[in-house]
Design a protein. Sequence first.
Length: 240
Amino acid sequence: VATLATDRALLLLGVPGTAKSWVSEHLAAAIMGDSTLIVQCTAGTDENQIRYGWNYAQLLAKGPSQDALVPTPLYRAMQDGKLCRLEELTRMGSDVQDTLITVLSEKMMPIPELNTSIYAQRGFNIIATANNRDKGVNELSSALKRRFNVVVLPLPEDMAEEVAIVSKRVGEMAGGLDLPVPKNVGEEIARVLTIFRELRSGATADGKVTLKTPSGSLSTASIGAVRADDGKSMKRTAAL
């Protein structure tokens, strides 16, 4: 929140499943009352999806004009002085990422086709999320990274805290899906958590056996998904 009160943008960094998107959404909603100005970045994201696009029917009929311009969520956030969310920033190419440098440093976006620029209104800022472990990500350039305050969201270090998080999430998912809750659900969660933590660390809890570390993140969110899938299987079995 302190970062967003300044001119610096916020980058939430962490492995998949550390609630980056959840934090981003709730920050935007709490500060601006609007968390819908969002760009989901992918390997196919191009500059037109970040800056602005064109209505080609209008463009062919009248040439470049304000009516033919199609604003992106980032454009609208600058125009209205709101927060724009960029999800999975490192999934788009480095050349596309760098189109944000001018926006972040000068709070303006040039529109050369109209020989003009749009200047950000007071209140505009960016909340971005990025994975630091997932495959298929592109490193941020040093110039772009300097324009963000980076907050790393870690995995829970304490076993009891992680069990509490997973239990709460599994309870919410089970309630919404009308799933049976096993009597020993706490023990099962602790058992799966122990396996996940051992795989993440590359060794058993007693340190006697070395394990191969998986390529996936095995985050707390993944454990919740495992428990939910298990509950769905139980429900299907009961129906049969």
